[in-house]
Design a protein around this ligand. Structure first.
Ligand code: PEP
Ligand code: MN
Length: 360
């Protein structure tokens, strides 16, 4: 697949002077709930009302969505408020029902994007549609799998496309529910600049207090829009209670977010600079994260050495590491002097850590 301007026309045609906002509850629970939320979001910057009808739950026994009945509620919300509506589809039957109920936007969830069979089934069922179709990233950080999903849709003559970055699952504990590997989204954007890129801070954070910051980072990285789970009584939501915000909070978030306007040369320069700086910030955070991880492993080695009563400094091993890193550095255009300085500093920090452990 090649970058194609066609993928973006639906977004341009909306003629927004702000990022696209898709908002609404994680799950449609009752008709009244959907209508209350829709009315609270109409006449705001929200363009699409979202609600999950079929809910993919990690483990059985949780609320699995109201099913096709909820499509009628979305249709009614659309009639009453004039908003466009969207929901998640996970198989051909869902697609058919969604199309019958004139749902404007369909998205493929993270647990579906991992399966080429499911994505192909959805693409076949949607063939040639003029509805907007968005592909969430797969739960695992695999850019090819994500792009593969888009390719399957594009090949089925579905041209109103976009992707949603909702973060990636990990075994490691983190402050995020799903880690936002921003580098992946940045790479996708540089390969397909015309593929609309939307961030879902709700599923990235799992925590309503972090929605603003993650949304701002996304806009700084030139994302085209946000999908934010919004519920009129978040604490009592039937799914994803901790991450949903009220319509009032959403309106405040949309007001506070800084959007970079590219209206003249100066603004364009600032916008480019802002994007590049945001990329650097992401990488710097990653560096600290990686060095922290290295130190934790070094601590474990310290424990082992303590048990066996072995000396901290192992010169042979250290010289091997340095030699290897100088060569790797050369390939990346980094000077020997810099590599030596950097690794000496890292090594010293490692020795300090291990000394502390041996003395403890
Ligand atoms: C959702 O948007 O409600 C959802 C289930 O998201 P994800 O596929 O990102 O987990
Ligand atoms: Mn959800």
């Amino acid at each position: 697949m090649e970058n194609s301007k066609e993928m973006r026309t639906w977004l341009n045609d909306l003629g927004l002077d702000h990022p696209l906002v898709i908002a609404g509850p994680c799950s449609a629970e009752t008709e009244e709930q959907v209508l209350r939320i829709a009315h609270a979001l109409k006449d705001t910057d929200v363009t699409y009302l979202r609600a999950g009808i079929w809910k993919p739950r990690t483990r059985p026994g949780n609320f699995e969505g109201v099913g096709a009945l909820g499509l009628k509620w979305l249709q009614r919300a659309k009639e009453e408020t004039g908003m466009l509506v969207g929901t998640e589809v996970a198989n051909a039957a869902h697609v058919q029902l969604a199309l019958e109920h004139d749902i404007d936007l369909l998205w493929i969830g993270a647990r579906s994007t991992v399966s080429p069979f499911i994505v192909q089934e959805i693409a076949d069922a949607l063939k040639g549609t003029d509805k907007v179709v968005l592909v969430k990233n797969p739960v695992n950080p695999d850019l090819s799998l994500w792009l593969g999903g888009i390719e399957r849709l594009y090949t089925a003559d579905i041209k109103k496309l976009g992707v949603i970055h909702r973060g990636f699952s990990t075994y490691e504990k983190s402050k995020y529910r799903n880690i936002p590997e921003w580098q992946l989204a940045i790479e996708l954007q540089s390969r397909f600049p015309d593929l609309p890129l939307i961030c879902d801070p709700s599923h990235i954070t799992g925590n309503r207090d972090m929605i603003f910051d993650v949304s701002q980072t996304a806009l700084d990285l030139n994302f085209d829009g946000l999908m934010i789970e919004t519920h009129d009584d978040p604490d009592n939501a039937w799914s994803d209670a901790a991450q949903q915000v009220t319509p009032d909070v959403l309106i405040q978030i949309m007001k506070d977010l800084k959007i970079r306007k590219e209206s003249d040369a100066e603004a364009e320069y600032n916008s480019k600079l802002g994007t590049l700086r945001a990329q650097i910030d992401v990488i710097d955070n990653g560096l600290i994260e990686t060095i922290g991880k290295r130190m934790r492993i070094s601590d474990e080695i310290g424990q082992l050495k303590k048990q066996k009563n072995v000396a901290i400094l192992q010169n042979k091993r250290w010289n091997e590491i340095l030699g290897r890193m100088i060569l790797e550095g050369q390939e990346k255009g980094l000077s020997e002097e810099f590599i030596l300085k950097m690794f000496k500093a890292i090594h010293q920090e490692s020795i300090n850590h291990q000394e502390k452990i041996l003395k403890a």
